[in-house]
Design a protein around this ligand. Sequence first.
Ligand SMILES: [Zn+2]
Length: 274
Amino acid sequence: MAWTLFKQFRQSMGAKIRRLHADSLCRWVADVCSTPHALSHRPVLVIAPHQDDETLGCGGLIAMKRDLGVPVSVVFVTNGANSHSDRPDLGTITSAELIDTRQREAVNALEILGLPRSDIHFLNAPDGMLDELNGPDKQALIDRLASIMGHGRPLDVYVPHRKDRHKDHEAVWDLVHDALARADVEYELYQYLIWMPWRSPIFWKCAPADLRGAQCLEINGVLDRKIRAIDAYRSQHSVLPPGFLGRFYEPYEVFFRPHNGAANGHGRLSVQRC
Ligand SMILES: [Zn+2]
């Protein structure tokens, strides 16, 4: 009994410290180390490894762009089937049920943010295994990403940070880099944070250059819609760490320009259409 109470106390304190750490670091970057993120009228493509990443990292941006009448598309790379794999205590739910649930939640969340179903793409790659893809499966995924990008129009592309401390998120960075090289598109690239502040104490494993080029977007005017969109992802609330979501209810979003890789964050890599 005493040991159980001690474990619960330790878990609770650990979650509080992590949340304080993540909230403080992001607030510090937003207040001290960033420049304003200007809203352009360029179409937006948000790449999300899982159903909820797009809303957590870019929900305010999506709503503000849609309010301006700017086209926004969201691509979900994985099917999301792996989110409950570490929580057998939450009861049995099949992979098919979870995939269906998460896709419905994504459509509902993005509808709140102003996106029609026609601008949402589900690529259904295996959840938790993106870094293991190779050969024809990996190439097919890159080709599908490139075909969505490759309409010859200028595009702002938002993708998880290349060091986001989640293997699917970091694998998506590489896939997007390869897809941009294949697509015929002029682009600006931005990175958003999901896991890095939670899993990287004082940005452990990040070089100063990884955090350079921070830009902050104030989202006060659409924060209520972002919160409702986050709430639409009910299946995820019980599997995310306690306190994890708190940072995403703040009235700002932070994006980073890449310092290398995928050129230096902008360019036109005109190669071949798929
Ligand atoms: Zn994710």
